[in-house]
Design a protein around this ligand. Structure first.
Ligand SMILES: [Zn+2]
Length: 211
């Protein structure tokens, strides 16, 4: 891979650093403002502790900023290095937040790769999805960042990813089209250059529907 290309990818997916985080107090004050803006009384008993709860929830919902994809993919199984067939993890559930409206979008990610001597634990792929999903996102960038991290840190012969998600900003507001699913996909290496490998990915995904 071109050195400059690797640099660009690494910059877009590395552990996010933002040093201008407000204090907990400032955050909770902002939540109060949002409650008032919605039309409710932030001093009402039912929502009095809401700012505290929201700050706690945020720590979990956006924990991806504190996770490093390189660290997640670092540990590989050397005793499995002779396995060179396709590895597919399907139905990885994820929950993310749309960066345009701060409302959730959620769904399933399906990831496949053809290893090149480096194989990670299956749970690591789920953690990789989580690491990027638990940030403010677009589905397109989520798809790209996951496959970029795989290529950069695992260097497989090829990788394939398909994400299907429902966006609350579409279901609850705007066109209010509940149940609509958005699909995004991305391929690299042999999955991008070899039509048969790409078809094999979709065939393996489809196996589920036959059962
Ligand atoms: Zn949105």
């Amino acid at each position: 891979m071109d050195a400059k290309l690797v640099q660009i990818s690494a910059n877009s997916i590395k552990k996010a650093k933002f040093n201008k985080r407000p204090s907990l107090k400032q955050m909770q004050r902002a939540v109060k403002t949002l409650i008032a803006f919605a039309g409710d009384d932030p001093e009402r008993e039912g929502v009095l502790d809401t700012p505290k709860r929201v700050s706690k929830a945020y720590a979990e919902l956006f924990s991806g900023y504190g996770q490093d994809p390189q660290e997640i993919l670092q540990k590989t199984f050397t005793d499995l290095s002779s396995y060179d067939e396709i590895i597919l993890l399907r139905d990885i559930n994820f929950y993310s937040h749309c960066e345009h409206h701060l409302v959730p979008f959620f769904g399933k990610a399906h990831i496949a790769y053809l290893p090149n001597g480096r194989i990670v634990g299956l749970s690591k792929l789920a953690r990789l999805v989580d690491c990027f999903a638990r940030r403010l996102q677009t589905q397109e960038n989520l798809t790209t960042q996951i496959i970029d991290a795989l290529n950069l840190y695992l260097q497989p012969r090829g990788a394939a990813i398909l994400i299907e998600a429902e966006h609350m900003c579409m279901s609850m507001r705007g066109v209010r089209n509940a149940g609509t699913t958005t699909l995004t996909q991305k391929f690299s290496g042999v999955f991008a250059t070899n039509k048969e490998e790409k078809e094999r990915f979709f065939a393996l995904l489809g196996e589920r529907d036959k059962k």
